[in-house]
Design a protein. Structure first.
Length: 209
């Protein structure tokens, strides 16, 4: 069963309120999504492995903790996931970035793959899959399946807001993938949108309709 972590830090919840607000324009929306992504990255990387390293301060030699060198990758689900990449990279600048392109069929609500490009050594990397919305869960579950087929083993999913239905779908399909969200909202409506949600994240990020 997937471990689901809801990151309810006050700064995240404060910024999330502005992200939800329909009056927040694309410029502010993009900046806020980036900021929340960076704050979430702090929690998502809490269990990274460390090693002892000897360094020399201006005073003396000492042993400090540093990351053990485990390679990482950030994989946005296109297109809305792009809005979360820069925030993550600010804390994990050495991470490689892959891309998975999926869109949701408006009639069946099923995800359709149209693009996939990964680092060659994706199997050796800890992979953080990002998408602002975990609605039906179809796109996220499909993206994780695609990544596993390309050899990715250590995966985690990071979303700003989610529905209980989306969490259940991903958890059922990929019980080995931990899920991190800033909010678990009430439900999905008849159109598959999260309630109360924030509307269409892609349209709000890029100013499209």
């Amino acid at each position: 069963m997937s471990k689901v972590t809801q990151i309810g830090h006050p700064l995240i919840l404060h910024k999330l309120a502005f992200i939800r607000d329909k009056n927040t324009g694309s410029k502010d929306f993009r900046e806020l999504v980036e900021e929340v992504s960076m704050l979430m990255a702090y929690e998502v990387t809490r269990d990274l492995q460390m090693e002892d390293v000897e360094i020399e301060t201006p005073i003396c030699k000492t042993t400090c903790k540093m990351l053990s060198g485990k390679k990482m990758a950030i994989v946005p689900i296109l297109r809305a996931g792009l809005g979360m990449v820069d925030g993550m990279l600010k804390l994990i600048p050495a991470a490689k970035v892959g891309h998975v392109g999926l869109y949701r069929d408006e009639e069946t609500l099923q995800p359709v793959e149209y693009f996939c490009k990964m680092p060659q050594d994706i199997a050796e990397r800890d992979v953080i899959v990002v998408d602002p919305m975990l609605a039906t869960g179809g796109s996220a579950a499909d993206a994780l399946t695609i990544l596993k087929k390309r050899g990715a083993k250590n995966l985690r999913l990071v979303c700003l807001i989610s529905s209980p239905e989306g969490i259940k779908m991903v958890s059922d399909a990929h019980p080995d993938v931990d899920i991190y969200v800033a909010s678990i909202d009430e439900k999905l409506n008849e159109k598959g949108y999260i309630v109360p949600g924030l509307g269409d994240a892609g349209d709000r990020l890029f100013g499209t309709k």
